[in-house]
Write a protein of this length. Sequence first.
Length: 505
Amino acid sequence: MAGNTILEAKGIYKSFSGVPVLQNVNFEVKAGEVHALMGENGAGKSTLIKIITGVYTKDDGQIYWEGKPVEINSYQDCQKLGVACIYQELSVIPPLTVAQNVYLGREPRKGPFIDFAKMNQMTQELIDRYQFPLKPTTVVDNLGIGQRQLIEILKGLSQDSKLLIMDEPTASLSGKEAEMLFRIIQKLRSEGVSIIYISHRLEEVYMLSDRLTILRDGKNAAVLEKKDIIPAKVIETMIGKVVDESAGSRKMLHSDDKAEVRLDVKNLTDKTDRYRNISFQVHRGEILGLGGLIGAGRTEVVRAIYGVDQAVSGEVYLDGKKLNPSPKASILEGIGFVPEDRRNQGFIPLLSTTKNVALTNYDIVKVNGTTISDADELAMSKRAIEAIDIRPSDPNKQVGVMSGGNQQKVVIGKWLMRDLKLLIVDEPTAGIDVGAKDEIYSILEDLAKQGVAIIVVTSDLQELLRVSHRILVMRKGDIVKEFKNVEVTQSMVLSAGQGVEEEAK
C-alpha cells in the first residue's frame, strides 16, 4: 500500500531558447507506489525526468524529497537521495561482462584492485533474486537487445534505490522478458520501493500503476487514480479534444490501389521476434505512413527492407524484381534511407555538404583515373542545395554546425541525386522546428508527385496524418490496422497502437 509522499516536483518550469517546454508542472510519487507518466511525444515527459535526475536544471519550481526541499544538479545528487533511472537509451558497454556493466564505477575492491570474484558474486545474487536469464561473466556483446535492457534494469536494482524511474522499459523486451519485469515491479512495490513508469503502452500502465499523470503540451492534463485509467479517457486526455477535432488532426486519407506496385514485402520475419510475417505493398507515388508505439517493430522492419539488418525469412520485391537486401544493393536499385538517428547514421558532422551529398553517390560521380572529380562532386552538391533549398547554400559548410532541419535536408538531398524509386524516412522531423517541418513535408510530397514511393515512420500522430496517403499501424511486431480511404483521427491511430479498437467514421 502506498504511503507518504517520497518525491514531489512542484511548479516546475523549463524553457529552451525562450520556448517553454514545461509550465507549472506538478508531479508526486508516494512510497511503494507505481506512478505512471504518459503523454504524446513532445509533451514534456523526458524533460521532467531529466530535471528530477539532474540532467537539466529547472528554471523555476521546487523539488522535495521526503518532504524536504532539495537541489538536484547532477545524476550523482539523485543517486545520493536514493533515485535510480533506467533510461530507454541503452548505456551498456558491449566489450564488458554483465557484472562489469552492472557495477561500473562502483566496483568492489580488494586493496587497490577490483575484486572480480566479489563483483560476480554480487551480480549473481541479484540475478538469482530477480530470476533474470543472465550470467555475470557473459560478455554483453554476445547478448541481444532484450537481454541488454535487462542489464540496464539490473544496474538500477543494484543500487538499493528508494525510487526507480523506468523509461519505456519494455520497448526492447520480448513478451516473456516483459512478464518477468512486471513480476519484479510487483515485488519491488511490495517491498516499499516507488516506481515512476513511463510508457506509451496503455495496457501496461493499466495493469501496473496505482496512479497516472498525463502531460500535454508541457502542462498537467490530468492525474488519474487506478479506477479512472480507462483507455478511451486516457487517449482523449493525451491528445486533447481541441487538437483531436481541429488543427489538421483529421485528414481524408486517399490511396490509389490501381497504381503500379513499387515495393512488395512478403512475410518478413525477424530472427529475434521483433516483427513477424510482415506483408504490405507501397504503390508508385504513394506515401505510406507506418505508425505504432515505441518498440512496435516499425524501425526494425524498414531497416530490414533497406538491408541494414537481416530478416530471418521473407521476401522483398522492387518493381517486381526480388531483392537480396543490403545497403549497397538498395543504393544501386534506387532505394534511399533516412535513418532515425541522423547525426550518428545519416551524415558525417565534420564533412561539408559537398562531401556528405557525395557519400552515397561516388558510383555516379565522374572519375579521372583513380581520382574523384572535385568539380563533379561540387556540381552535384550545388544541385542538391538548389533542389531543396539547403541553408546556408555554401557547399563547403560543415553539416554538423547546421540547424536540424538543414541537416535533414542534406541527408535527403544525397538521395535526390539518384534515380530514386523508393525513399524510406524514419522520424523525418525529430528535433526540427515547425518551419523546417513544413519544408520537409513539401519535399516528400513533391517526390511522391514525381512517382517516388515513400515510407514514413513517425511517432508524431499529427505528422502521420499530415503526410500519409495510407497508414499501417504496428503493435508488438505485427501489423494490426490499416487506414485508407477513410477519415481518420489521431485517437483512432493511437487506439489501434494501444490495442483499443475505435472504428473509423
